[in-house]
Design a protein around this ligand. Sequence first.
Ligand SMILES: Nc1nc2c(c(=O)[nH]1)N[C@H]1C(S)=C(S)[C@@H](COP(=O)(O)OP(=O)(O)OC[C@H]3O[C@@H](n4cnc5c(N)ncnc54)[C@H](O)[C@@H]3O)O[C@H]1N2
Ligand code: MOO
Ligand SMILES: [Mg+2]
Length: 398
Amino acid sequence: MTTVEQAAYIIQNQIRDYGTETVPFDRSAGRVLAEDIYADRDMPPFNRVTMDGIAISYSAFADGLRSFHVSGIQAAGDKPLHITDTSHCIEIMTGAVLPDTLDTVIRYEDVLITGSDAEIIIDTVKQGQNIHAKGRDKRYGDVVVTSGQLITPAIISVIASVGKTQVLVKKQPRVVIIPSGDELVDVHETPAPYQIRKSNNHTINAVLQQHGCAADMVHIADDEAVTRTEITRCLKSYDVILLSGGVSMGKFDYIPQALQQVGVAKLFYKVQQRPGKPFWFGVNDQGVLVFAFPGNPVATFMCLHRYFLPWLNATVGLDKKNEMYAALSEDFYFEPDLQYFLQVKTTLTADARLIASPLMGNGSGDFANLADTDAFLELPADRSEFEAGEVFRLWPFK
Ligand SMILES: Nc1nc2c(c(=O)[nH]1)N[C@H]1C(S)=C(S)[C@@H](COP(=O)(O)OP(=O)(O)OC[C@H]3O[C@@H](n4cnc5c(N)ncnc54)[C@H](O)[C@@H]3O)O[C@H]1N2
Ligand code: MOO
Ligand SMILES: [Mg+2]
């Protein structure tokens, strides 16, 4: 049987490049930047006052002057005032441009203003204090954000500040999510006693949304001909098909055979793991990838995190080298010769150790347990006993 490592390797050999597209900058968070962003002005673009107070010429202070005539007030957004008399000061606000002839700002807390006189009531003043110098952070033309990064909220402000209304990002694959099964009804429907509401597909969709990836959804009934027709149609319109259900040994599990009948070549079927053993993966001659996840909700969820998301990240050029590991909080025993994805709740200790506490739940149908846990701990297949304190690879999902 295919091991977890082999399955991951086979999938990572199918990395694609879907090119780039331009999107409005305020809709680009979560996407991967495909161009360098340059400063269109110095940053800051002028000598920016950082404290509300008065601006003076330091030379006058150095010559012993302590009381200055206030000759004006300058707010942020005002054109800079022009002051020539060194015995004059202006009141000036945070964010304002420092006038050319002035070089030092003293906070309101350190001056006493009476009428149009400002008296400095501290002894120590440093030339240039409370000024964020023009070009101190970045120079005009500097690269301020490099291509290939995930666009975070922090990066959005940089993009906004340089006036880029549109940004070039990596294109995401066109994805369709296909839940299958006659027992499934829509969320707004009231299920008969022998039915359940669809949930796996919505979970997949929510995870994709978190990764800036939109997807369509198509339900297929447990009918062999319908399965073939729908998959054939989707193979023409999408880059990736994510199926959930219908891949095991049941009389109505038509997915593996239907996929092969419509020209999707199997790259593996069945992985040495729990949950998710019946996972099927393949590709057609147009390069469309098909991830057919086992229908049990925890199996679908685990396979999505363990296999699909690393593929998606690599495809958009995000190299997630920061693998995570955690230590088991207690001894754990798992007999079968399968890699076990143990549901855990993680905590970070005061000495920066990540601890994973097992919360097994009731098997791969118990998706309510996922709400109480936040990661899978990947326990290797070649052993049965795992000791408290031992460190294993962690797949966080919250
Ligand atoms: N004889 C055997 N039976 C089963 C085996 C096996 O090796 N031999 N493997 C078991 C394992 S492991 C899994 S996992 C499941 C995989 O089943 P399928 O992929 O065929 O999925 P279904 O039979 O369609 O459904 C399984 C289960 O999941 C529920 N489900 C499916 N889709 C959804 C959805 N979109 N939202 C919510 N719940 C969904 C479905 O109702 C079933 O309860 O097979 C075992 N059997
Ligand atoms: O993958 Mo199945 O989920 O082990 O039950
Ligand atoms: Mg089944």
